[in-house]
Design a protein around this ligand. Structure first.
Ligand code: AKG
Length: 294
């Protein structure tokens, strides 16, 4: 909590134990090529990842239900609730991301993510914060492109705009792009860690992706974003647009009430739950046990 408040991020090596990760990591191949499949060219899906770092992103709900469930794992929800100081947290973004050494340039300039996470600007007021998390699905040591972050101790004085702070020699355009004091890059902290590591950071924290250098390497991670459910100005996607996919229904059928609440289901006892809505839900989600909401 101290690091979260003073630095704007907290790095938790191995936060998710292997026993809670394995079911998800075993299904990674439903989303992405293995390192070998990508590098020896045997996986026909490999082309998608070449030349664009963001092309390696899949969005929730995933082709693997285990990976979807991991996005709202109990420890993850507990961490979001503790950092946001609110038990009713909402998952407003969830991405799974594969990166492969040599596929493209993953080395980014320092930036904050808030432009794609809120229609306002970040706040340090308790109750008005959003938390993003990088969750490592494999070991991500320094040569596999861990994110680097800069403590608020070095950035609290920086204005909301510009938002991307380029290194000397890097070019960019637009009013959100500016030049960094090179000392900012010297102040970076690496988020490298074993599988299960969680890096939780606030939407106003400067950070950047780094290059994958390990020969034949692959990095698999999730990018999760949470807000207090009452924080209406922070969002990224609307889940309803995806809620008639098979992946969504499969996730709902296997998720707990707490997990579903984090996706927007009203809690048990809420006026939404009436005989009429319960009957409709039984038709929409025939394998969901509706007892908790009755
Ligand atoms: O994936 C990472 O390590 C960081 C990526 C990042 O900061 C971004 O794309 O905004």
């Amino acid at each position: 909590m101290r690091a979260w408040q003073s630095d704007g991020f907290v790095i938790l090596p191995g936060f998710l134990p292997a026993a809670e990760l394995t079911a998800a990591t075993k299904e990674l191949d439903l989303l992405f090529p293995s390192a070998d499949g990508f590098h020896d060219g045997t996986d026909p899906r490999r082309g998608r990842f070449v030349g664009d770092e963001f092309a390696g992103i899949d969005t929730f709900p995933f082709a693997s239900t285990e990976i979807s469930l991991l996005a709202v794992n109990d420890r993850i929800l507990g961490l979001a609730a503790a950092l946001l100081q609110d038990d009713d947290v909402h998952l407003y973004g969830a991405e799974a991301w594969a990166k492969y050494t040599g596929a493209c340039d993953y080395d980014q300039d320092l930036h904050r993510d808030y432009l794609g996470h809120t229609i306002l600007v970040p706040s340090t007021t308790p109750g008005c914060q959003q938390v993003e998390m990088f969750v490592f699905l494999n070991d991500v040591f320094e040569d596999l492109g861990p994110p680097h972050l800069v403590s608020r101790a070095h950035t609290a004085h920086l204005p909301a705009v510009p938002n991307w702070l380029l290194r000397p020699g890097h070019e960019g355009a637009g009013r959100f792009v500016g030049r960094a004091d090179p000392a900012l890059y010297d102040a970076e902290v690496s988020g490298a860690g074993p599988a299960g590591t969680v890096i939780a950071f606030e939407a106003g924290t400067f950070h950047r992706g780094t290059q994958l250098r390990a020969p034949g390497g692959a990095r698999y991670s999730m990018h999760l974003s949470f807000r207090p459910s009452s924080l209406h100005w922070g969002h990224r996607v609307g889940w309803a647009m995806k809620s008639y996919s098979d992946e969504w229904a499969e996730f709902v059928h296997r998720a707990t009430p707490r997990q579903l609440q984090s996706l927007g289901f009203p809690p048990p006892g809420h006026p939404y739950w009436t005989p009429e809505t319960l009957a409709g839900m039984a038709l929409r989600y025939p394998k969901l046990d509706l007892e908790p909401w009755r």
